[in-house]
Design a protein around this ligand. Structure first.
Ligand code: 5GP
Length: 127
């Protein structure tokens, strides 16, 4: 089944300039902005400008130049926000939720770059 993109999602509206955002970085194919409800001292969302629902959609369907731009943009955000290991910082976590099981709230691909404090285990233990 093809991926179904809803162009009325909040991040599509941000990309069209219909909703304001606190931009951290803009490149040819990507936009990074502050999460509206940060869960840590650093919480930036990085999105491609193209209409991709989720990371698997992007990985399968994006053009190589979009993939390079997006990957580099995430790296640049890590440097800009002071979490990059390469600069001697303490690191970060990248999260990209997809679909119902991933509890994805906004159906436009986004990577959360979260850091600035110890983040605990990646998933709560069950059982
Ligand atoms: P998801 O659960 O889809 O992985 O995460 C969606 C994220 O988008 C949440 O962390 C939420 O706080 C953030 N968010 C939702 N609406 C807006 C908005 O209008 N502006 C910004 N900057 N972030 C938003």
């Amino acid at each position: 089944m093809p991926y179904s993109y809803d162009d009325q999602n909040i991040f599509a509206k941000i990309l069209r300039g219909e909703i304001p955002n606190k931009t951290v970085l803009e490149t040819e194919h990507s936009l990074a902005f502050e999460d509206i409800a940060p869960q840590a001292p650093v919480h930036v969302l990085v999105i491609p400008k193209g209409a991709y629902v989720s990371f698997d959609d992007f990985a399968q369907n994006a053009r190589p130049e979009e993939i390079v731009d997006y990957t580099r943009a995430i790296g640049e955000v890590c440097k800009m926000t002071g979490v990059s290991l390469g600069d001697g910082n303490d690191g970060f976590r990248m999260i990209s939720n997809a679909g119902i099981d991933g509890i994805q709230e906004v159906p436009h691909l986004h990577v959360h770059v979260v850091g600035g404090r110890s983040l605990g285990r990646i998933l709560p233990k069950v059982g």
